[in-house]
Design a protein around this ligand. Structure first.
Ligand SMILES: NC(=O)c1ccc[n+]([C@@H]2O[C@H](COP(=O)([O-])OP(=O)(O)OC[C@H]3O[C@@H](n4cnc5c(N)ncnc54)[C@H](O)[C@@H]3O)[C@@H](O)[C@H]2O)c1
Length: 354
């Protein structure tokens, strides 16, 4: 018998439900969604018997050890808090929270509980980032004094429900979704983003089609270690989906590829050589998993699930616990405040909220 898991939110969450179902380490025992057709699909495809329309019914199911929260981002904090209070371990989709108040409420509840909280951020598991971290840990990059992260993803198709109602993504300000960009640098260096200034821009109004957020937001951060970090996010644009990361150290530098190559290609220069090496990166652990469970996110989700299970079984801290999740999330919330106030804003240290 593996760890008993219930999954809430069955769009992106459905691929996680498949992983929990396929793994020997976990048993998918229940799912939850407010849409009956999503529950029917999970029942048909995965044979799940316990299908709940209400989140409270899911967390009240005594057979469940852990809940995977893959509901819309505005519900993450509330759902995590309800699950932890019901005595469940929680794996939660990114971001951890959308406001400082939600983040404080999470700290209040999670810090008083013995349950595991882990944020399911895939970018620290991507092969190009794992390679960057291995060079950093082998001291080949030296001290990172400047790093960049860009996440450009037109999400037009996800802004309306099929019946025309607007989804939460239609008004999501880009900096409120920061963790794909912040997590690789923070996880690699252990640094913290402490202060931010940020600006925004948009295209012409006639192209808005009801979109309620800025087209692009760019934030510049000062870090605790004295580095500068730039984050650019855009969810409305005329551009192919692309991630990009760069790390400039005083002994070496590394950039990921762009577009489809962002996850698997990096370019680096080491020592005083101006020569650039291009490398295809592979995560050794990913080879053991079949493509049948999904590519891209699917494969990193398998590693995330294994780390989540290990943390619960061993009683050890998960790779991205609440403090790290908030170190990756709060810079975006403070960044949005900086856009609005047009000046430098401090990024709180969630450890000061205990
Ligand atoms: N790479 C990544 O890490 C990544 C990728 C995609 C999405 N996400 C995150 O995962 C979460 C889910 O994303 P998505 O694209 O599936 O969102 P979505 O809004 O498209 O789908 C959310 C699902 O949750 C269901 N739902 C809504 N309210 C609910 C409630 N109260 N109780 C139970 N179910 C409810 C909806 O019916 C829907 O099936 C988001 O927070 C998003 O930020 C992360």
């Amino acid at each position: 018998m593996g760890l008993s898991v219930g999954v809430a939110g069955l769009r992106f969450g459905m691929s996680w439900a498949r992983v929990f179902d396929a793994y020997a380490e976990t048993d998918l025992v229940a799912v939850c969604d407010i849409q009956q057709e999503k529950l029917d699909e999970a029942k048909e495809q995965l044979g799940v018997d316990a299908c709940y329309a209400a989140f409270d019914d899911l967390v009240a199911d005594e057979r469940i050890d852990a809940v995977a929260v893959f509901t819309p981002a505005p519900l993450h904090a509330e759902h995590v808090i309800r699950a932890i209070r019901a005595g469940k371990h929680v794996l939660c989709a990114v971001p951890a929270a959308l406001t400082m108040d939600e983040a404080k409420a999470l700290v209040e509840v999670v810090s008083k509980s013995d349950r595991i909280y882990m944020m399911a951020e895939n970018w620290v598991y991507e092969p190009s980032v794992v390679r960057a971290r291995s060079l950093y840990e082998a001291r080949k990059l030296g001290r990172i004094y400047y790093a960049e992260a860009e996440y450009i993803h037109g999400l037009k198709a996800l802004r309306r429900h099929p019946d025309g109602r607007l989804t939460w993504r239609n008004s999501l300000q880009p900096l409120l979704y920061p963790t794909h960009g912040t997590s690789p640098y923070l996880n690699m260096t252990g640094d913290r983003l402490v202060e931010v200034m940020a600006v925004s821009a948009s295209g012409r109004d006639e192209f808005l089609e009801g979109y309620e957020a800025d087209w692009v937001q760019t934030a510049l951060f000062r870090t605790e270690e004295g580095a500068v970090f730039r984050l650019t996010n855009s969810f409305q644009n005329v551009h192919g989906m692309s991630h990009f990361l760069s790390f400039y150290g005083d002994e070496g530098s590394l950039e990921t590829g762009r577009f489809r190559e962002a996850r698997t290609v990096c370019y680096y220069s080491l020592g005083d050589k101006a020569q650039v090496t291009r490398e295809e990166c592979h995560h050794p652990e990913l080879f053991q998993f079949s493509d049948a469970l999904g590519a891209g996110h699917g494969k990193t989700s398998m590693l995330i699930v294994l780390d989540f299970v290990r943390a619960i079984v061993n009683g050890s801290p998960p790779p991205i616990d609440l403090m790290q999740a908030l170190d990756m999330t709060l810079p975006g919330i403070a960044g949005l405040q900086a856009v609005r106030e047009n000046g430098w804003v401090s990024v709180p240290d969630p450890r000061s909220w205990f």
